[in-house]
Design a protein around this ligand. Structure first.
Ligand code: O7M
Length: 215
């Protein structure tokens, strides 16, 4: 994952709009993130088409036994994915299978951004992050809605990348997430639901630059 703009745009929409947003914002972000809404409606081939506009991170929250995980990861990287996001809770062997079969970045979801994550995922976040570090993942995902947790996870993962979703409609603050240790922001609706996605992207980039100056 490159770290130039520190922005990842989440394309949770149908293909026609996703390609349009990707074309308009190409060069303004470090990667596009695709998730089930897009891939279940268009197939994995949409990853190849999006790759014309930038790196594509496949957010499939992979969470199966090692054997199945391996098959999923091989399929993902047989298209033009630059990376994949997997869950950590299935355990070390499951995550290790992902890291070993990946031909690009692997990010492990340590703490989700929504309120319900406080029941199961947040209490395990430090352990999951330590496991991600130990198995050689590229980084972790931790919600921007819990900046103090990002700070704690930074201590655990050292130089690994931390990606933070949950900006805007979910209540996370870009500046706080970055100042507490996030490397990249994952931003969806604040950009994709805007009347002018390019303008909205530039506004987020301005906030990122501003936060960077006070780090
Ligand atoms: O900015 P939004 O709220 O419109 O979109 C956020 C995106 O980040 C969306 O694609 C979610 O699926 C994703 N996400 C979260 O919002 N919270 C999480 O805890 C984790 C993710 C994610 O990207 O997981 C890898």
């Amino acid at each position: 994952m490159k770290k130039e703009t520190r922005l990842i745009i989440a394309l949770d929409m149908k293909e026609e709009k996703a390609l349009k947003v990707a074309e308009e914002t190409s060069g303004l972000c470090d990667a596009f993130k695709v998730n089930y809404p897009l891939v279940l409606s268009s197939g994995l081939q949409v990853v190849d088409r999006l790759a014309a506009f930038g790196d594509v991170l496949c957010d499939f929250k992979v969470a199966d036994i090692p054997y199945t995980n391996r098959m999923i990861i091989e399929l993902v990287f047989s298209h033009s994915a630059s990376g994949v996001i997997v869950h950590g809770f299935p355990g070390e062997d499951a995550v290790r299978a992902c890291v070993e079969s990946a031909r690009g970045d692997v990010f492990v979801l340590a703490a989700m951004s929504h309120p319900g994550a406080s029941r199961f995922l947040v209490p395990a976040a430090v352990e999951v992050a330590a496991m991600a570090r130990d198995v050689g993942a590229t980084g972790i995902v931790a919600g921007a809605t819990r900046p103090e947790l990002i700070r704690r996870l930074r201590e655990v993962v050292g130089p690994l990348l931390i990606l933070a979703p949950g900006i805007g409609p979910q209540g996370g603050d870009p500046r706080q997430a970055l100042q507490h240790g996030a490397d990249h922001l994952i931003v969806g609706r604040r950009i994709t639901a805007a009347r002018d996605p390019t303008k909205a992207t530039n506004e987020v980039l301005e906030e990122i630059r501003h936060a960077g100056e006070s780090l």
